[in-house]
Design a protein around this ligand. Structure first.
Ligand code: ATP
Length: 472
């Protein structure tokens, strides 16, 4: 299993991901996507978008980040979108109380204190109110992970929504929230989309967009950040048919991750033990990250909670009229909610490989290769003239410009060809196209495939089709 630090350092060195505002010392919980990161991000989102909306029953939208503040009262976020927070009096460290306990359980397990860990797990599962967290932390003398101190404040609720103001006056009447999820933008547009697209239940609405959460602790690189993107789809169904659709979407979403090339053994379903106030069934798709299993997507059966709540708060009926069966009802909703950045991190970790190979001189060396699915790789091909003379660069440049009309391509002339292959393996470029002496004579080039390192010699006017075929 690779170390997270290895991925972070490669991501920075090769221009996938940088710390936000790094020259000012960085901003906690925020990351910037560099030239390769943004291509990868775009390819992931495009693949999701196509799989979700290039079908009869799902429409896409792009709602605004700032929404009417009543939205968040109706959804329950104003009252309930909180995490339990605790402060250490000595170190001044601030923690999510549930995470503090969970991490202590992991520590106990690692030290083989299984009885104590099991006892703690039972206590954690039976938590009903904030003081229960506090009592557990005090009863088990759980220390601050950094300082070891056991001097704690009470546990308080902390709302995760960021606030800002519309207009010049910073007063409560002009306060709005940065959306903490994209789902509500879909619910409030339910009627608009249904009527304008003439969809009939069952149908879905999909959206990709930024969400913001003022997380108490950010950690594990892109896993828990304060600004992130979600890919969400809300599927509106007839009440009573929700579990059938829940199973359908649960399987569809798992298939998507497998299809994107993630190894089966690194993915699993995890049912929710405790259901949120809006759900009657829920499951997470988890990925085995270098730091352990973590949720990358949630599939939730949300009943009619959201549409009913918005009906109540807005006074506008959000119903479906079934003209065939002469019925009128508020649809139930199945939600699929994935994090783009958590997905990206899973793709990056899963595709990362270190292999022992033999170089051109027969010496063994380590090859770092990111085996992204071809269509997801940030760079599709590299064009490499073997030497920078004898007509090779002229032909190579022509091929390069030609390929750029369809693909993201790089051109590299510096260093031995083996070094250039390695540089491209390390960023996951599926095809390296080498222009050599023979190319100048007969117009053929070699195409080296990243994973097998096998080379095909093909005519240079067939490269586009060759790549299209392989990508498909
Ligand atoms: P967690 O329990 O990890 O906080 P959650 O259950 O609150 O996550 P949801 O509200 O179901 O998450 O959000 C759906 C998806 O959005 C998650 O599966 C995850 O991929 C992504 N997501 C949620 N919070 C964050 C975050 N702080 N940083 C990055 N991605 C996030």
């Amino acid at each position: 299993m690779i170390k997270l630090d290895t991925v972070i350092s490669l991501a920075k060195r090769r221009g996938f991901i940088f710390q936000s505002s790094e020259i000012y010392g960085g901003l906690n919980g925020c990351w910037d996507y560099g030239p390769l990161g943004v291509e990868l991000l775009k390819n992931i989102k495009e693949s999701w978008w196509k799989s979700m909306t290039y079908r009869d029953d799902i429409e896409g939208i792009d709602a605004s980040i700032l929404m009417h503040p009543r939205t968040w009262e109706a959804s329950g976020h104003v009252g309930q979108f909180t995490d339990p927070m605790i402060d250490n009096l000595t170190s001044k460290g601030r923690y999510r109380a549930d995470n503090l306990i969970e991490e202590y359980i992991d520590k106990l397990k690692k030290k083989n204190h299984t009885d104590k860990a099991a006892e703690l797990e039972i206590r954690l599962q039976s938590v009903k109110e904030l003081s229960d967290y506090y009592n557990i932390i005090i009863d088990f003398q759980i220390p601050d992970p950094v300082s070891g101190s056991t001097e704690w404040t009470e546990v308080r609720n902390f709302n995760l929504m960021f606030k800002t103001f519309i207009g010049p006056l910073e007063e409560s009447s002009s306060m709005v929230y940065l959306r903490p999820e994209t789902a509500q933008g879909i619910y409030v547009n339910f009627k608009n989309v249904m009527e304008s697209s003439r969809q009939k239940v069952p149908f879905g609405i999909a959206q990709i967009g930024k969400a913001f959460r003022n997380e108490i602790n950010t950690k594990n690189f892109l896993f828990r950040t304060r600004e992130f993107e979600q890919m969400e789809m809300q599927y509106f169904v007839k009440p009573g048919s929700e579990f059938e659709w829940y199973d359908y979407w649960k399987n569809q979403r798992m298939e998507w991750y497998l299809n994107m090339g993630i190894n089966k053994e690194n993915l699993k379903f995890k049912d929710h033990d405790k259901l949120a106030h809006y759900a009657n069934k829920a499951v997470d798709i988890e990925y085995q990250f270098p730091f352990g299993w973590g949720e990358i997507e949630g599939i939730h059966s949300r009943t009619d909670f959201d549409l009913k709540a918005h009906t109540q708060f807005s006074g506008k009926k959000l119903e479906y009229v079934d003209t065939v069966n002469q019925e009128r009802y508020t649809p139930y909703v199945i939600e699929t909610s994935g994090g783009v950045s958590r997905g990206l991190m899973a793709f990056l970790c899963d595709a990362y490989n270190e292999e022992d190979v033999t170089d051109d001189n027969g010496k063994s060396e380590k090859r770092v290769v990111i085996k992204f699915k071809h269509s997801v790789a940030p760079m599709t091909a590299a064009v490499l003239p073997l030497v920078n003379k004898d007509g090779m660069p002229e032909l190579a440049e022509k091929i390069y410009k030609n390929l750029q009309r369809n693909f993201k391509v790089t051109y590299d002339t510096s260093g031995a060809i083996g070094r250039r292959y390695r540089r491209n393996d390390e960023i996951g470029t599926p095809f390296c196209i080498t222009i050599d002496g023979q190319s100048v004579e007969d117009g053929t080039v070699t195409v080296r495939e990243r994973d097998t390192m096998a080379q095909d010699r093909i005519s240079n006017d067939k490269i586009d089709n060759y790549i299209f075929d392989k990508i498909r």
